[in-house]
Design a protein around this ligand. Structure first.
Ligand code: CO
Length: 209
C-alpha cells in the first residue's frame, strides 16, 4: 500500500472537527508555539503525551525514546531540552515513565535484543544502583514496577544535571522538573514526588534515590 488512505481520511476528519470547534485554531498555531511543558516519555504507543493529559497540539513539546532515558551524550535529547528551555522557555520538564515498560523489562531479562542492548545498558545501570532495594522485593511485578519508578527518578536527576538546566536555574529562570509514572491499566498518572525547582533541591533528590 503506497498511500495510507485511511490515515489521510482520519486526518481530514480530525482537521475539520478541530476547525469547527475553534475556527482560528490552526491559524493561531501556525503563527507560533508557546508550550509550557516539555515531556520526556517512552516511545511506547500506549503512552502518547498530549492525549493522556488531555491537552491540544501546541501545548506540550515532546521528546520520546525507548524507556524515557536522558543520556548525557544523546545530542537528540539534549537538543530538545536546550530548545525547550532556552528558546521556548518552558516552565516544566516532565519525565514520564510507565509501568510495564518493555524497555525496562528487556534490560532486566538480558535475552539479547541486538543493537538496542546498548541503549538498555543505561537501565541496567539504574538496576545496579538500586540492586539491594530491588532484590529485597519478592516477585517480578513489584520489582519491575519499582524499577520503572526508579528509572524515572534517575532521569529526573539526569535532566537536573544538564548544563542547560543548571544554567537556567543559575540565571533565575523558573523551571520545575517532575517525575511521573503512567499506569497503562487504568490510564492514570502518579506523581513520584521528586519535583526539583532549583539547584539545592536537585542535591536533595540525589539523597533520596
Ligand atoms: Co516504555
Amino acid at each position: 500500500m503506497r498511500t495510507l488512505s485511511d490515515l489521510f481520511d482520519r486526518n481530514r476528519t480530525w482537521a475539520a472537527a478541530m476547525k469547527e470547534r475553534d475556527p482560528d485554531f490552526f491559524l493561531r498555531l501556525s503563527q507560533q508555539q508557546a508550550p509550557e511543558y516539555l515531556w520526556i516519555g517512552c516511545s511506547d504507543s500506549r503512552v502518547p503525551a498530549t492525549e493522556i493529559v488531555d491537552l491540544l497540539p501546541g501545548e506540550i513539546f515532546v521528546h520520546r525514546n525507548i524507556a524515557n532515558l536522558v543520556v548525557h551524550s544523546d545530542l537528540n535529547c539534549l537538543s530538545v531540552i536546550q530548545f525547550a528551555v532556552e528558546v521556548l522557555k518552558v516552565r516544566h520538564i516532565i519525565v514520564c515513565g510507565h509501568y510495564g515498560c518493555g524497555g525496562v523489562m528487556a534490560a532486566v531479562e538480558r535475552k539479547g535484543y541486538g543493537m538496542i542492548d546498548n541503549w538498555l545498558q543505561y537501565i541496567r545501570d539504574v538496576y545496579r544502583n538500586h540492586q539491594v532495594v530491588l532484590e529485597a522485593l519478592s516477585g517480578e511485578p513489584a520489582r519491575y514496577n519499582l524499577l520503572c519508578e526508579l528509572n524515572v527518578m534517575e532521569q529526573v536527576w539526569n535532566v537536573c544535571q544538564t548544563g542547560i538546566v543548571q544554567n537556567a536555574w543559575g540565571m533565575g529562570q523558573q523551571l520545575n522538573v517532575h517525575g511521573w509514572i503512567y499506569d497503562i491499566s487504568d490510564g492514570l498518572i502518579k506523581d513520584l514526588d521528586v519535583t526539583v525547582t532549583n539547584k539545592a533541591e536537585s542535591a536533595a533528590i540525589r539523597r533520596r534515590i
